[in-house]
Design a protein around this ligand. Structure first.
Ligand code: PMP
Length: 364
């Protein structure tokens, strides 16, 4: 019954839930650690939690369909107009709405090899043709992506940093890329992990918006802001693009608890700083451990890292599961020799490293 693009879809594969593994192993869920979905290991911000609790009192009312307070807070933070912002049920929602608004079955949509799984998914769902451009050094080959534009190209998805590779492009490279893309082609700059990059010449998409009217910057509260369960993302673009996205999105796509918590967390700079500090320290901890174990890894600018464990990555993944550690296989991304591990708290990282050592030893 389904249309052609949808019939051929494989569903997005989320990380294995803790409860499922606990049942399989007959273990207490508390004994299991999940480093599989690039979640924030700190737990939620107290300020966000308090705001969410308060919002529960209005559970029988519809949320503010325009998300006024959250948009106002975002506009102030980034020095943009509220009319440039679109809110989404996670940034995945926005990625999907973008595809529906700006591409159709005749369109080509460009993304990189090893790019975030949702880009091919939303492309296929609307029956458009996905063009996966071979990566360079695991990252986006921006020159090749610009060169892949044809008369039919409508959209280009660029994740910066990219998931699952963690690769990043800096200002000059992004600028050169955007200058090459014709204005009739929209560039979706997915900055889900941008908060983890502290300065360092990062190509901040919001700063590029005034020069490139065909740019849409997508961000999320799921990672450094620690609100993955609540599903809040947003895009910043020209008001014209935002107007179109806002026509097509569901009228109440972000619920009132999520709106309240996201607005509150934006004022919690301490939380954001702790997220970034814990991530930076955890990243060093894992890089050091991988170097000691002589395991190659892809240097990452996100809150995760892809480590090369070799052709038995599937067995290593299983071995880690048996030891109560959930990571993410990335064979589905065309990276069958790697596992992606999210950065956890220091003790979680240490447990993962120990389980990895034991697993590799037992596999011989
Ligand atoms: N973009 C990228 C690159 C991601 O890795 C993710 C989360 N895995 C998302 C977007 C979507 O995040 P969310 O829907 O939780 O905002």
């Amino acid at each position: 019954l389904a249309v052609r693009g949808v019939q051929a879809l494989s569903p997005y594969q989320p990380g294995k839930p803790i409860e499922e593994l606990a049942r399989e192993l007959g273990l207490d869920p508390a004994a299991i650690i999940k480093l599989a979905s690039n979640e924030n290991p700190l737990g939620p911000s107290e300020k966000a939690l308090a705001a969410a609790r308060e919002a529960l009192a209005d559970l029988c009312l519809y949320p503010d369909g325009n998300g006024f307070e959250l948009k106002q807070a975002l506009a102030k933070r980034f020095g943009v107009e509220m009319s440039q912002i679109t809110l989404g049920n996670g940034s995945n929602d926005i990625l999907e709405v973008i595809a529906r608004c700006f591409a159709d079955a005749d369109a080509e949509v460009i993304f990189s090899q090893y790019a975030f799984a949702v880009y091919p998914l939303v492309t296929q769902a609307i029956g458009a043709r996905g063009v996966a451009v071979p990566a360079r050094d695991w990252g986006h080959d921006l020159d090749a992506m610009a060169a892949a534009v044809t008369d039919r190209t409508k959209l280009i998805f660029v994740a910066n940093p990219n998931n699952p590779t963690g690769t990043v492009h800096h200002g000059d490279a992004m600028l050169a890329f955007l200058e090459k893309v014709p204005e009739r082609v929209l560039v979706v700059l997915d900055e889900a992990y941008c908060e983890y990059l502290q300065g360092d010449g990062y190509a901040d998409g919001v700063e590029l918006l005034s020069r490139f009217p065909n740019l849409i910057v997508c961000r999320t509260f799921s990672k450094a802001w620690g609100l993955a369960a609540l599903r809040v993302g947003y895009s910043i673009s020209s008001p014209e693009i935002a107007d179109i996205l806002n026509r097509v999105r569901q009228p109440f796509n972000v619920d009132s608890i999520a709106l309240a918590a996201a607005t509150a967390v934006l004022a919690d700079e301490d939380y954001l700083k702790r997220s970034c500090d814990v991530n930076a320290a955890g990243m060093k901890q894992l890089e050091t451990a991988f170097a000691e174990m002589a395991l190659p890894y892809i240097p990452s600018s996100g809150n995760f890292i892809a480590v090369e464990v070799g052709e038995r990555a599937g067995d290593v993944y299983q071995g880690l599961l048996q030891r109560g550690v959930i990571v993410r296989p990335v064979g589905g991304y065309g990276m069958p020799r790697h596992l992606r591990v999210s950065i956890g708290l220091p003790e979680e990282n240490a447990r993962f490293v120990e389980a990895l050592k034991q697993t590799l030893e037992s596999l011989g």
